[in-house]
Design a protein around this ligand. Sequence first.
Ligand code: URA
Length: 407
Amino acid sequence: MLDIQKLINNKKINQFHNSKEINFIVKSYLSDKINDQDMAAWLKEIFDNGMSINETIFYTDSIINSGQKIKFDNLDGYVLDKHSTGGIGDKVSLILGPILAACGIYVPMVVGRHLGHTGGTLDKLESIPGYNGLIDINSFKKNVKNVGISIIGQTNEICPADRKIYSLRDKTDTIASLPLICGSIMSKKISEGIQGLVLDIKYGNGAFLESKEEGQKLGELLSLIGSKFDVDVKYLGTSMNQPLGNFSGLSCEIIESINCLNGKGPEDLMKVVFDLGKVACSLAKINSAEEKMLNVINNGKAYEIFEKMVYEHGGNLNSLHCTYTDSIDIKAKESGKLQFINTKKIGEAINFINILTGKKDNSSGAEFFKKNNDTIDKGDVILRLFSNNMDNLRVAERLVYESYSIN
Ligand code: URA
């Protein structure tokens, strides 16, 4: 008879779990037979002591089997997805997904909500009035076939165990663990029925894994797990030592993504989009990738696909807005060179004003006017925080003051 207390103790003394034990934990937690407290204790042991490769495979497999695994057998192109390990202002999936679909790749995308200090693609999409990111599998498959891309969250049908564990990890500070990140990402991606996966492994002071080396270790682990489940994985390490692009929040990130799809994206953000896009195209055996991606931006096809996807999910882009009553400008108190030294604090501030105050504020967020190494004068606005609640903004302001230095 398996018992969670015994399994927690086994992990404490570094004993390996077998597949039956991991299945028992994942299944019992999903069906409420293991409570949050015991699951959190088990997650903490994994966070502290890690998992072997075999355990990580069993864990990923258990989460996949908590729902269904999609099969695409009537598509005339390569089936691929892109995923990021999480960042601030990281809206690359929203831009690159439609670009790849416009280049002929089919993109089924299962994403998460905000996790720790990082933003969630599903939260951002839900700032579009009417957008339903929890559609059933058949509608998801139909959208992928007809539009080229569909973006949903974990549902009762796809990776329900990840949805529940993800939320508990968020509350219990057990996020930055290689096997837990790996199980969470790869279960979603393998369940989508993809052939290839491009991963954006974020490193730096705004990422879960700060060092490039840790990021690389995660990339290798994710690739290995992919190969065990017949998914071709390629990864790039990209810096999260400052917010990506000019906005971070909910509807403001959708608006910035639309601008990018219309050829008006900021340079740092578009560089990541194109770098990852080239890797995706190489997996899909598409030549002259950069030229093709630029072409579908310039001829409007990429935006058209984004618009169509939103429509098929019930969203109304005409009602999308970012209107707020209050804002605070964060100004330089001295002159010098700017460095974001703790970008996580910006993510915490943004999630606080967006989501964590009890009432979701789709129009809250931040606009960034300066980047690392910019020379600034005393009084220059570094960034603007905006929302519909001044008290919340004051809390966010204090967090942001800890995020940068001027040398
Ligand atoms: N993205 C995920 O989907 N899961 C994690 O654990 C981290 C980033």
